[in-house]
Design a protein around this ligand. Structure first.
Ligand code: SMG
Ligand code: MG
Length: 372
C-alpha cells in the first residue's frame, strides 16, 4: 500500500476493578490507537500498549505518540509500496520504542490483510480456531478478597490463574490459593521484577506449590541472575520484561535464564517479531504463551490470532473483555468454556465502533498527512 494518512488518538477505558501489581495500581487504561489509510482506501487499526508511565517498560503513552508522529510516519510516508514486513526495516535506524513500532506495524498489517481479505491468524500460520486462556489476578487488599476473586475466575472457566506477587505478598497467597483450589488448578506467579538475587532462597520456597512457572522475578537485564535462579529452583522460570526481541530470546535460552517465554507483541516490536520468537522457541523446545497489556478489543483480537500458532501451548493472558472493561471500543470478547475463539474476519477481525471511540476518546484524532 501507499500510506497517505494516519490518525493518532487516545481512548480511556475505566477498569471494572483496580489492577495492582508490584509496579503500581491502575484504575483506567489509556490506550493509544493508530489508524492508517492507503492511497486505494485501505484502512487499518493498531494499538500501542505503552502505559501512562514508564514503569513496566521504558516507553510511555505520550512518548510513543510523539515518536510515531515525529519520526515513524514521515519515514513510512516515503516508502512507495509498503507492506507489513517492510515497516520494521524502514524504522530500524530509529532506536528503541518497540511498543510504538508494534502499533504502527499492526495498523499496516491490518490494512494490508483487510484489503487482501486474509485473517491475521491465517497470515501468521495459526493452527487453532480457539485458544485456552487464563487470567491475571492483581495483588488484593486482603487474602479473603484474593480467594473470592480467584473463585470467581475459576468458576467462570479460566484455564489458568496467575497471581501477581511482590515481597510481602508471595508465599502466603500462593499457598492459600493452592490449598483452597487444589492440585488440578494451573497456577503461576508474576513478580514484575520485584526481587533481586538476594531473594533466591526465599523464592525457592515457592517450589512447594507446584507452579507452572514463575514469571520475571528479577530486573529485565539480569539474565545471569535468572539463570542462577533457574538452576536452583524446580519451578520453571519464564521471562517477560527481559525479552524485547528474537535476539534477546535466543540469548536467554542459550544462557538457560528461562525455560518458558511470555510473548507480548508490543514489547517485542510487533506481531512479526513475536512470530519469530515463537519459531525460535519452538525450535528449541521452549513453550511460549501470549502475554497481555490490558488491551482494548483491537489488541485482544490480534493476540488471539497470535496465540493460534502451534507453539503457544500454555494459556495466555487474554481474558474476556468483562474481566477489565464494562465498555470496549470493539465488540466484547467472551469466554467459551476455558477458551476464546480466534477471530476469522479479515485483518485483525474487528474494527472500533465510532460511537465508542467518540464516547471514550480523550482527545480529537491527530491527523498526519503525507506531504504532497
Ligand atoms: O492483559 O490480562 C492482561 C494483563 C496481564 O498481568 C498482565 N500483564 O507483566 O504480564 C505482565 C502484566 C503487565 C501489565 S501490568 C503492569
Ligand atoms: Mg509479566
Amino acid at each position: 500500500m501507499r500510506l497517505v494518512e494516519a490518525e493518532l488518538r487516545t481512548v480511556a477505558l475505566p477498569l471494572v476493578t483496580p489492577f495492582r501489581t508490584s509496579l503500581g495500581t491502575q484504575t483506567v487504561r489509556n490506550a493509544l490507537l493508530v489508524r492508517v489509510l492507503g492511497a486505494d482506501g485501505e484502512e487499518g487499526w493498531g494499538e500501542c500498549v505503552a502505559e501512562d508511565e514508564p514503569t513496566y517498560s521504558p516507553e510511555y503513552l505520550e512518548g510513543a505518540a510523539d515518536v510515531i508522529r515525529r519520526f515513524f510516519l514521515p519515514a513510512l510516508f516515503a516508502v512507495p509500496d509498503l507492506d507489513a514486513a517492510g515497516v520494521a526495516p524502514v524504522l530500524a535506524h530509529l532506536r528503541g520504542y518497540p511498543m510504538a513500532k508494534a502499533a504502527v506495524e499492526m495498523a499496516v498489517l491490518d490494512a494490508v490483510l483487510k484489503a487482501g481479505d486474509t485473517a491475521l491468524a491465517v497470515h501468521l500460520g495459526g493452527v487453532r480456531d480457539r485458544v485456552r486462556v487464563g487470567v491475571s489476578v492483581g495483588i488484593a487488599p486482603t487474602l479473603d478478597e484474593l480467594l473470592d476473586t480467584v473463585d470467581r475466575h475459576v468458576s467462570a472457566g479460566y484455564a489458568r490463574i496467575k497471581l501477581k506477587i511482590e515481597p510481602g505478598w508471595d508465599l502466603e497467597p500462593v499457598r492459600l490459593v493452592r490449598e483452597t483450589f487444589g492440585a488440578a488448578l494451573m497456577l503461576t506467579a508474576d513478580a514484575n521484577t520485584a526481587y533481586t538475587p538476594a531473594d533466591a532462597r526465599h523464592l525457592s520456597r515457592l517450589d512447594a506449590y507446584d507452579l507452572t512457572l514463575l514469571e520475571q522475578p528479577y530486573a529485565p537485564d539480569d539474565l545471569y541472575g535468572h539463570a542462577e535462579l533457574a538452576a536452583r529452583m524446580e519451578t520453571p522460570i519464564c521471562l517477560d520484561e527481559s525479552i524485547t526481541s528474537a535476539r534477546d530470546a535466543a540469548r536467554a535460552i542459550r544462557a538457560r535464564a528461562c525455560s518458558i517465554i511470555n510473548i507480548k507483541p508490543g514489547r517485542v516490536g510487533g506481531y512479526l517479531e513475536a512470530r519469530r520468537i515463537h519459531d525460535l522457541a519452538q525450535a528449541n523446545g521452549v513453550p511460549v504463551w501470549c502475554g497481555g497489556m490490558l488491551e482494548t478489543g483491537l489488541g485482544r483480537a490480534a493476540n488471539l490470532a497470535l496465540a493460534a500458532l502451534p507453539g503457544f501451548t500454555l494459556p495466555g493472558d487474554i481474558s474476556a473483555t468483562a474481566r477489565y472493561y464494562d465498555r470496549d471500543i470493539t465488540r466484547p470478547f467472551e469466554l467459551a468454556g476455558d477458551s476464546m475463539e480466534v477471530p476469522v474476519g479479515p485483518g485483525i477481525g474487528v474494527t472500533p465502533d465510532p460511537e465508542a471511540l467518540k464516547d471514550l476518546g480523550v482527545n480529537s484524532p491527530l491527523q498526519v498527512r503525507k506531504p504532497s
